[in-house]
Design a protein around this ligand. Structure first.
Ligand code: SF4
Ligand code: SF4
Length: 132
């Protein structure tokens, strides 16, 4: 009679590496094209609202550019898309419909938070502030 299967399994697992990793103590390997946090580069955005209209999760609100920032001439309505990352499903439809390729995509996936997180500060960091 052969060894019981359970004994084989125990012996194999005793000498093999664990299948899981100690996250977040150890970093996970992430695909370079993983869909992570994204935001609009306001030097390219023309404020057309298409990304907001097309978002299936209603996660993008068009918002006025604050007065302390220099609004680009190509954005006559002076509005920009602000993503609510807690509503976003990371389908990247906004990125594919944008006529000016304004979106910057990243593979940042560590988005867990107790606060609502928006993309406004990331987007505004692409614009110069008014001098004086
Ligand atoms: S990735 Fe999808 S769900 Fe997220 S903001 Fe863009 S269109 Fe909306
Ligand atoms: S679709 Fe592109 S250009 Fe239009 S508002 Fe969105 S980010 Fe700006």
């Amino acid at each position: 009679m052969g060894k019981p299967k359970i004994l084989d399994l125990i012996l194999r697992n005793l000498f093999s590496k664990p299948a899981t990793i100690e996250y977040p103590k150890k970093e996970t390997v992430i695909e370079p094209d993983a869909r992570g946090r994204h935001y609009a580069d306001l030097n390219k955005c023309i404020g057309c609202s298409l990304c907001s209209i097309e978002c299936p999760a209603d996660a993008i609100k068009m918002t006025p550019i604050p007065s302390e920032y220099e609004p680009p001439k190509r954005n006559p309505r002076k509005i920009f898309p602000v993503i609510n990352y807690l509503r976003c499903v990371y389908c990247y439809r906004c990125i594919s419909v944008c006529p000016t390729n304004a979106y910057v995509s990243t593979n940042e996936y560590r988005l867990a938070t107790t606060k609502t997180v928006f993309s406004d500060m990331l987007s505004l960091s692409t614009l110069p502030k008014k001098s004086g």
